[in-house]
Design a binder for this molecule. Structure first.
Ligand code: MGD
Ligand code: MGD
Ligand code: SF4
Ligand code: MO
Length: 729
């Protein structure tokens, strides 16, 4: 294949204004900064736990890894994905060159110069003809914070786009919206040690054993013999290991939580001193939950009144109660209010700011938190607000930008971007590090919508993903392990990743691809100071100054490396105390009056309840600890493939299976109003009669899901839709 002139020049500076970061491109080189046979530590690139992994090098290249024993997060442990993290990098289907669709419709390899010229010309032509709303991007919580910030800054300040969002909308938008309203800033307050220090741990819609196995190991290190309460319609692996399991009816969480609040108030089991000193709106909340009497609540949630009483008594008896939630809460048609109902319980019982307590959103992807703060989508860089002139002026000043380049409104959310593509308003889309043709809700519509685009650019490790196969242009990305940067984990810890292997062929880090795109776009000079990930980290530190996420006290990547990551905030002048840090120890929240808010609403019916033609409610989620999302990475490991059943399995209760004449292992057909799929039946009492469970890892699952969204966060409600089941095909 023709090697273009640009690429040849990349062994040195390309031009005066474009030097690609040497730690971040392919060409078979690993920077000579490690001893040839040394071991270096970096964080894992799968889930938000952020485990430290020791990478063992031979001749300066990674050959193996082991969990780091002295890392504050994982204390020597890793889950199967962590152990297998290097394997997907060597997969045979890695993208090693850009790919361009020919006028005949075929994707064929091309060179970077052609790719970037096409990128620039096609997107520019659309923008010139249809205006700044007509091109958008969808990013990810799986690339480095520096890359996310660069992407968001280039797209909005350089290309002049108005709309970009990320897969974090599918995942974390609810927690963001809830925390912002309740606390005044998007701030998960906990530290992992809280798992070890609680005497009551309440997990709501969270299957920690499967989705965050090393956080679960932290729970197992708890020496207080804690009560572990799991609230989940399914008897998950986590529920089996818990001391109490409340199998509530799907989407009855809000009623359930208001019922608990009402019982706590009725019995006087609340912390009046804390409420009066640190919160606002309790009286209104008390009146709101007054009608949520125990009998009606128990009936609505499919529980007995005794179960509700036991749950409330356990919370009351606890001295250090921590509340944790994940997708069972976030992916709901009323997710934000549900998350806030969890927060309200912590506030009213004074279970926040002390060891072993908190209203704690467990995040999902390795850099969900980086995306939440620095992706320049719904927040202006660094947790700022696009709508505030003072914030725009501050950011413009630090970046040396004309403030007029900064949009004065938030981006459209993911679903609004999809709607705008459907309506023909958006004609160009740049997708980075996510696979919407598998993971977006209601796929039959989703794929049709993506198919309407005039120009779809996909930037991924693999040209084989469901979305890449639809692209007009594929940009080959280096992966975790092949580039430098930082991730922010669930407990707000900023950790390092490092280049320990060369990227294959001509693949480039996302950082360098964005730098190249800015150069071809003709706005490289705007980003003259964005020379390397560490230089960008310095800029992000400056942007964070004075914000709740202030990290001006971090002494560069070296400090992150030495400390095993640093939790935000760490303002300049503050010493990093040994150990782990949580927020709100002083009871001061981020609203102007320092008080947290009680926020609440009336529960609403599920958007698509089961009925006569579609009598089952379908739940979806994570299948096993060996599978990651759309499987582009974990599917490449033979070890991980052996750790989960082959093919798609649907969990169905024995009563339903008997009634329908379905046996375990048999093929069944599941149909919703939007599509159908075949799966093998897995007959198990772990799901309640009338419910089914499908893992999200198979592309067929989202053919069935119903496109409903939480109104405050616009997060998709992946976890409930009506389906019917029959044996056979
Ligand atoms: N192995 C593995 N680990 C992962 C991931 C992965 O793909 N694979 N993905 C990562 C990401 S991005 C995320 S966001 C997290 C997700 O982590 P989790 O949220 O823990 O995982 P899920 O299985 O999506 O959903 C959790 C539970 O919600 C329950 N649920 C469904 N409906 C309801 C309801 O109405 N109420 C309640 N209370 N519960 C309900 C489901 O039965 C399920 O057990 O995992 C992260 N970790
Ligand atoms: N039915 C159902 N659907 C769901 C969910 C559910 O519970 N149920 N959960 C939702 C949630 S919480 C989430 S987070 C989403 C996840 O959905 P996606 O984000 O679509 O899933 P991934 O498979 O993680 O996709 C990441 C992509 O980025 C690529 N990649 C990896 N590393 C890099 C990199 O460094 N650079 C670049 N450029 N690319 C890279 C991978 O090859 C892969 O194609 O799915 C959502 N969809
Ligand atoms: S728990 Fe998460 S961060 Fe830790 S090794 Fe597993 S996937 Fe990686
Ligand atoms: Mo997620």
């Amino acid at each position: 294949m023709k090697r273009n002139t640009l690429l040849r020049q990349w062994t040195g500076p390309l031009t005066a204004d474009l030097t690609l970061h040497p730690g971040n491109f392919g060409l078979g080189k690993v920077p000579a900064r490690f001893q040839p046979d040394a071991t270096t530590t970096m964080v894992c690139g799968f889930c938000s736990t952020g485990c430290g992994l020791n990478i063992h090098l031979q001749d300066g290249r990674a050959v193996n890894l082991t969990p780091a024993t002295d890392h504050p997060v994982n204390l020597g442990m890793a889950c199967p994905k962590g152990w297998e993290a290097l394997t997907p990098l060597a997969a045979a289907d890695r993208a090693t060159t850009p790919w361009l669709r020919s006028p005949g419709g075929e994707l064929a390899p091309t060179d970077w110069d052609t790719a970037m010229q096409t990128f620039t010309l096609r997107f520019r032509a659309i923008l010139d003809q249809h205006g700044p709303d007509s091109v958008a991007w969808i990013g990810t919580g799986q690339i480095c914070t520096e890359e996310l910030a660069f992407l968001g800054a280039f797209a909005k300040f350089g290309m002049g786009l108005r709309h970009g969002d990320g897969n974090t909308r599918q995942c974390m938008a609810t927690s963001v919206a809830a925390y912002k309203e309740s606390f005044g800033f998007d701030a998960p307050p906990f530290t992992y040690r809280d798992f070890e220090e609680s005497d009551v741990i309440v997990l709501i819609g969270s299957n920690l054993c499967i989705a965050h196995p090393i956080m679960w190991q932290r729970v197992l290190r708890n020496r207080n013999r804690p009560e572990i309460i799991v609230v989940d319609p399914r008897k998950t692996e986590t529920a089996m290991a818990a001391t109490q399991h409340y199998a509530i009816r799907p989407k009855s969480d809000l009623t359930f939580l208001y019922g608990l609040a009402h019982l706590l108030i009725e019995r006087g089991w609340i912390d009046r001193t804390f409420i009066e000193a640190h919160t606002a709106g309790f009286e209104e909340f008390r009146r709101h939950v007054a009608p949520f009497g125990i009998t009606a609540v128990a009936r609505a949630c499919g529980l007995s009144p005794e179960e509700l009483e036991r749950c409330v008594e356990t919370i009351h008896r606890g001295h250090r109660v921590s509340f944790w939630w994940t997708m069972g809460v976030n992916q709901s048609h009323e997710g934000t209010r549900t998350a806030q109902a969890v927060i309200n319980l912590a506030l009213m019982t004074g279970n926040i700011g002390r060891p072993g307590t908190g209203a704690n959103s467990v995040t999902g992807q390795c850099n969900a938190m980086g995306s939440r703060l620095f992706s320049n989508t719904t927040n202006l860089l660094g947790g700022h607000d696009f709508r505030r002139a003072d914030h725009r002026a501050k950011v413009a000043g630090i970046l040396g930008l004309d403030p007029g380049r900064i949009p004065t409104e938030n981006s459209w959310a993911y679903d609004q971007i999809m709607d705008a593509i459907d309506a023909g308003k958006i004609k160009g889309l740049w997708v980075i590090g996510t696979n919407p043709a598998h993971s977006w809700i209601s796929q039959s519509a989703g794929r049709k919508i993506l198919g309407k685009l005039d120009f779809l650019v996909v930037q991924d490790m693999y040209p084989t993903t469901e979305t890449a196969r639809m692209a007009h242009l594929i940009l080959p990305a280096a992966a975790w392990g092949e580039k430098d940067g930082t991730f922010i984990n669930s407990e707000r810890r900023i950790g390092l990743i490092k280049k320990v292997l060369p990227a294959p062929g001509e693949a480039l880090s996302d950082f360098n691809i964005i730098k190249l795109a800015a150069h071809y776009w003709g706005c490289g000079s705007l980003f003259q100071k964005w020379t390397s990930p560490e230089a960008v980290f310095g800029i992000l530190q400056e942007l964070s100054r004075g914000m709740p996420c202030d990290i001006t006290g971090i002494a560069g990547y070296r400090m992150l490396d030495l400390e095993g990551g640093v939790q935000w905030p760490l303002p300049a002048g503050e010493k990093l105390e040994a150990g782990e840090r949580r927020l709100f120890a002083d009871g001061a929240f981020y609203h102007a009056d320092g008080r947290a808010r009680f926020v609440f609403d009336a529960p609403r019916a599920t958007p698509e309840p089961a009925d006569a033609t579609h009598p089952f409610l379908l739940l979806t989620g994570r299948g096993t600890s060996a599978q990651w999302h759309t499987g582009t990475r974990t599917g490449k490991s033979a070890v991980l493939r052996r750790l989960h059943p082959a093919g798609l399995h649907a969990e169905i209760n024995p009563e339903d299976a008997d009634r329908l004449g379905i046996k375990s292992g048999q093929t069944i057909t599941i149909t919703s109003r939007r599509g159908e799929l075949q799966a093998r039946a897995f007959v198990t009492a772990n799901v309640t009669p009338g419910q089914l469970f499908l893992p999200m890892h198979d592309e067929a699952t989202n053919r069935l899901t119903f496109p409903a969204f939480d109104p405050q966060s616009r997060q998709p409600a992946y976890k409930a839709c009506a389906v019917s089941v029959r044996p056979g095909k």
